[in-house]
Design a protein around this ligand. Sequence first.
Ligand SMILES: [Zn+2]
Length: 60
Amino acid sequence: MAKSPSRVSGTANKKSILCYLGLHKWKRAGGSSHFSSNVREKEYRCERCGRTKTVYETKV
Ligand SMILES: [Zn+2]
């Protein structure tokens, strides 16, 4: 068995260039509609880098 010294770049090593570019893979992490009845809060989390963002939606 030959051990190859070169590391195969796995997916774990990639911190995703897409995330770097701001193209996160948002997944719905939660949300609630507290606050006022006119605003809905949605929480998203990136599956790749774990970044979160909150989006406020206004009900029309
Ligand atoms: Zn990301």
